[in-house]
Design a protein around this ligand. Sequence first.
Ligand code: ZN
Length: 291
Amino acid sequence: MLVNMKKILEDAEKGGYAIGCINTPNVETLRAVIGAAEDLNVPIIIDHAQVHDSLIPIEEIGPKMVEYAKKAKVPVCVHLDHGSDYNFVMRAIRCGFTSIMYDLSALPFEENMAKLKEFTKIAHDLDITVEAELGIMTSTEEDSHGGVTTGWTHETIKKTFTDPEQAAEFARNTGVDALAVCFGTAHGIYAEPPILDIERVKAIRKAMPKETRVVMHGGSGVDADQVQAAISAGCSKINYYSYMAKACSKHVYEELEKKNGNAFWHEVQEDAYEFMRRYAREVLTVFKNGK
Ligand SMILES: [Zn+2]
């Protein structure tokens, strides 16, 4: 069932669990992620990142995402991840996306806020939910979503932390449905195991309007206990991708080595699909937070 993210995130926060938001840049990942959500009977957010458009254009994968969402047995939100330019956001809307992350976090605070306020009003008239971001989690485009990130240490991550009062002002002013904030995670691969500032999540949750959800990006690579502490502190949407994508490559590589590279491509694809479905099931089980 195709939905936007409003009700599924509202229910998640009330219920003390989080909804997974996973990039699906190919059909195997798309089937695996929706399959895992169906296995556990939980709603899911699937997303296409603007930086993945060089892998597959949104006009090719987007309609497939919408089609799979419609026939899924669980609520599925089709979301744009880190749309950073207006034209791209419009392309997502034309493809039938039900939710948009309009990421203008690279702009000065006031400008980010003014543009998101204007956009959110239009999006809500179209029944499309909106996510924004405060603070910079990436320094370059290549860093995000599976790119090669180096040097994410505790010291460099700390400089990105979100101020709760600023988050509250932004949410009140723009009316966004969800806000990605920084409290210890980063995109891509960590140089040292991340340490989340759970007190900051609580402070952000407390300061923001009740109807705005707190979002964690860079959920890959954070240990389950910390993820669950962040959920209990009020984080109801978690973006996840990099570690699953890397684990799948490693699995495929090992399987091919065992067979001396002797396999049909469709067998490799099917094996990757099965692996990711199992992997995503484990991730989504953590996000259920024991509920
Ligand atoms: Zn992100």
